[in-house]
Design a protein around this ligand. Structure first.
Ligand SMILES: [Zn+2]
Length: 369
């Protein structure tokens, strides 16, 4: 077992699955006709959710969505974080409701997905998995289990909403693949189903909320979540992302939408010379003065955060220079503004250990009384 320290808080990270080890784990022979009922991860489902300040929704079925070759969007992104979080006092780690094969939970997931995606699109992804997988584009891959993994991930995001709304317990859906680039009719950028959008529509249409805010601090613009939000005035979406990065549609001029409920804040990367991409020099001001007040003004009954950690300096896919502790500052401000009615879900973040630390930092303010 490898033991490293969380870079920001020095909590020990008992990491028995390095990135390469995780890949080896998922490249073992696949179980025949693996289905939701076949996977058991009691280790992660043993926490008592009634005795926690923050709920983390997680199970290891996501490891079945893995490329046959090295890929940034790899299982270790979530397994390393799970290894860290399971030892943190105050965190209750539970499996998503759909992991048990519960019919009601699966129905809830399908209703949520059909609210944001076209019927034929959902079936296309399912059919592609049934055929054994393939590639949607050069870096968005499908395995025979991708559809099932995404169903469970959707369930995790819905469970997180239930936790925050019904029980007042903030929650983190520790899921992959990410979802915020998935549009109603297209997979892209490693994403297939729009979990944040589905969670928001679930909160509105099934839990009866009237206003849900969406914050996206992934380094990339969440074009898929924006596409959902622009259709519904009950949503307000704000993204902070690196200027000029994938999917190249998040410019500030294109924000707004018919309901004026989209805000797209670009942070200049180092090489543009307009800022240095750090929390202190560019990100903090935009977050405190533009993103946060605009979301607070909406007076939402729930905040759903597309929590991507690829703005970290260590991340290989972007050039901003955020540090893990900066996410504690963001989370502290979110808790002050929205209390415990906050849900996070993992989007990007490809520096595996730094992402795990940043997730821990994100949850710390919510672990305090
Ligand atoms: Zn990203």
């Amino acid at each position: 077992m490898r033991v490293v320290a969380c870079l920001s808080c020095y909590a020990l990270l008992h990491c028995s699955r390095s990135r390469s080890a995780a890949l080896a784990f998922v490249q073992r022979p696949l179980e025949p006709a693996a289905g939701a009922r076949a996977w058991k991860h009691a280790h992660y489902a043993s926490a008592d959710p009634s005795d926690c300040r923050v709920k983390v929704i997680y199970d290891e079925s996501h490891t079945r969505h893995a490329a046959r070759s090295d890929h940034s969007e790899c299982p270790a992104r979530a397994t390393v974080a799970a290894d860290l979080l399971q030892g943190v006092a105050g965190i209750g780690m539970v499996a998503p409701a759909a992991a048990s094969g519960d019919a009601d939970a699966l129905d809830k997931v399908m209703r949520a997905l059909h609210r944001v995606h076209k019927d034929w699109y959902i079936e296309d992804i399912a059919a592609m998995s049934r055929r054994g997988g393939g590639n949607v584009d050069f870096d968005t891959y499908v395995t025979k289990d991708t559809y099932d993994v995404c169903v469970r991930a959707t369930s995790a995001w819905l469970d997180a909403v239930d936790s925050a709304v019904t029980h007042g317990t903030p929650a983190f859906a520790l899921t992959r693949p990410p979802g915020h680039h998935a549009t109603p009719m297209a997979a892209m950028g490693f994403c297939f189903f729009n979990f944040a959008g589905a969670a928001a529509m679930y909160a509105l249409d099934e839990l009866g909320l009237e206003r849900v805010a969406l914050l996206d601090f992934d380094v990339h613009f969440g074009n898929g979540v924006a596409a959902v939000a622009r259709q519904d005035a009950r949503l307000r979406y704000c993204s902070l992302h690196e200027a000029g990065s994938f999917p190249f549609t998040g410019t500030e001029e294109l924000a707004g939408g018919p309901h004026k409920n989209l805000r797209q804040l670009e942070v200049q990367p180092q090489y543009f010379g307009g800022g240095k991409g750090t929390w202190a020099e560019s990100y903090e001001k935009r977050f405190k003065e533009e993103a946060l007040p605009w979301l607070v003004e909406f007076d939402p009954q729930l905040l759903i955060v597309s929590a991507g950690y690829d703005a970290l300096e260590a991340d290989p896919l972007a050039t901003l220079t955020m540090q893990p502790e900066n996410y504690r500052e963001i989370a502290q401000l979110l808790r002050g503004a929205f209390g415990n009615k906050v849900v996070f879900g993992l989007e990007g973040g490809y520096a595996v250990e730094e992402t795990a630390c940043a997730i821990h930092m994100t949850l710390q303010p919510f672990l305090e009384p």
